[in-house]
Design a protein around this ligand. Structure first.
Ligand code: ADQ
Length: 470
């Protein structure tokens, strides 16, 4: 039987308190369905050379975690991945800080990943590598002789060649992506950008009319696989959580006020500063809402982010302070801004209680919170989603109120429109979006990607036993 092997930078073992990001949520749902191996960094750094992977088996999934050397991890993760690739791929080239030292650490960590993963691989594995931290891993595994089908999925946007060219080693990055048999993106836009890079590097004829890419004698499938959510699980979580103490306490504290809610990782790409400004403008231009709305923003800070995100954190604290200072009353706080984690189910309960969901990233690969907000609603009395048209999710959730997140006035108008939307319209929009979510849920995403990977298996790729290659 084939086995699915997922590889990602970070592994979240179940039951750890840290909030899994979107990537972890997606991978875990995929592996829970199929069983298999999840390989990645376990969250610990070491002083010396990293040892062999630690193995843990839970619910049919084997978790193989490695440690990384502290200094190298810093350069690879906070440095190259998050100070170079993340801003560049989100079109914030001004935020990018490139250094060769970071690039070398990135290469080296990918080499270590390949070396540590190799002995765990079995002859019938399908290998699925996730996200921008691990773009060179496919090439590294190929260099070690791995011939099994290998796929790569990019959870974040892929920039057009004119933006990508800002990166000194953009050509290597594009070549590395062509080591995979399947390369998946969240949206057509990202795929088009990838094609623009391939055409730039290999010539227009490299992109075939059917969208596949031919380079020499290799054909690569580059396709769109928009990530979905486990709709039924979110519906249940939200419903069950709505009767728990913590959600009840929150809703009681609203004293009948309408709730607007945002849940994001604390990151500049999520557009929180602009969102806070829009809320302030909303209160200014629609004073009839004073004392009648509470906006709760949950934006947890993950441990590794502390240094890099100090600036945005400060900007948000100041913005929330300004709005509260100006509008608060003895019995009303307009914004409650929380830098803490909650269990996923509790968040779903909070989202269900919200009349308005605010998802306004300046750029986002997909944005699962947008999808979760819709699935968490009570279909009989659903809240309204305000969604950035620069999030991948906007392609599918066209029945939300789409906004440009930079347009502070437009977002503040959307807040008013959402709060005054008649029930019939809310229901209609919600039903439309639920159809889309159900059609393309997390199971469909996993299935489609795995089918694409399976279809790439050429007979000759099964000949070598990868375990024997060192
Ligand atoms: P992220 O940027 O992490 O993901 P997102 O898609 O919104 O963003 O996913 C966040 C996930 O973490 C959601 O499932 C959310 O419920 C959960 N979460 C957020 N805060 C939490 C908290 N405090 N406690 C528990 N859970 C929390 C990246 C890309 C996205 C892409 C995803 C998936 O940046 O564009 O949608 O991967 O591909």
């Amino acid at each position: 039987m084939t086995r699915l092997v997922c590889v990602s930078n970070r592994i979240s073992l179940p039951r750890k308190s840290a909030a899994p990001g979107g990537l972890a949520v997606g991978i875990l749902s995929a592996l829970k369905r199929t069983g298999g191996l999840w390989f990645g960094w376990g969250g610990e750094t070491s002083e010396g050379e990293p040892g062999d992977p630690d193995l843990h088996i839970r619910d049919g999934v084997t978790y193989a975690t490695i440690e990384l050397r502290k200094a190298e991890f810093e350069l690879y993760y906070n440095g190259y991945s998050n100070d170079v690739l993340w801003p560049l791929f989100h079109y914030f080239s001004k935020g990018m800080r490139y250094s060769n030292e970071q690039r070398e650490a990135y290469e080296n960590v990918n080499r270590i990943f390949a070396q540590k993963l190799l002995p765990l691989l079995q002859p019938r594995d399908l290998i699925w590598v996730h996200d921008y931290h691990l773009i060179p891993l496919g090439r590294r595994l190929r260099e070690l002789g791995v011939q099994r089908p290998m796929g790569f999925f990019l959870h974040i946007p892929f920039p057009n060649i004119e933006m990508l060219r800002v990166l000194p080693c953009y050509a290597e990055l594009l070549r590395d992506l062509t080591s995979y048999d399947v390369v998946g993106f969240q949206t057509q836009n990202d795929l088009r950008s990838f094609h623009s890079g391939i055409e730039h590097l290999f010539g227009a004829e490299a992109v075939r009319p059917d969208g596949r890419i031919r380079i020499g004698d290799r054909v690569i499938r580059a396709e769109v696989f928009p990530i979905g959510i486990d709709v039924a699980a979110v519906e249940n979580e939200a419903l069950e959580a709505s009767t728990t103490d913590v959600v009840r306490r929150m809703t009681d504290s609203l004293m009948g006020r309408s709730l607007m809610m945002g849940v994001d990782r604390l990151d500049y790409s999520k557009g929180l500063v602009e969102r806070f400004s829009a809320y302030q403008q909303f209160l200014e231009t629609h004073p009839e809402n004073l004392g009648r709305i509470t906006y709760i923003q949950i934006a947890p800070l993950s441990r590794t982010d502390v240094r890099a995100y100090a600036e945005i954190r400060q900007a948000l604290e100041q913005a929330a302070g300004r709005t509260n200072g100006r509008f608060a009353d003895t019995d009303w706080t307009p914004i409650r801004y929380l830098n803490r984690n909650f269990p996923h189910a509790t968040l779903m309960g909070f989202l269900r209680a919200a009349k308005v969901g605010l998802v306004t990233p300046l750029r986002d690969g997909m944005n699962l919170v947008a999808k979760e907000f819709v699935a968490a609603q009570d279909p009989a009395d659903p809240g309204v989603l305000i969604l950035s048209n620069l999030a991948g999710a906007a392609r599918e959730l066209a029945s939300s109120l789409l906004v440009n997140p930079y347009d502070v006035r437009g977002v503040s108008h959307a807040m008013q429109a959402a709060l005054s939307m008649p029930l019939s319209e809310r229901r209609e929009r919600h039903a439309d979006m639920m159809k889309v979510l159900r059609r393309n849920d997390i199971a469909a995403w996993t299935r489609r990607f795995m089918e694409a990977l399976e279809q790439t298996q050429a007979p000759e790729s099964r000949v070598r036993a990868i375990g024997s290659i060192k």
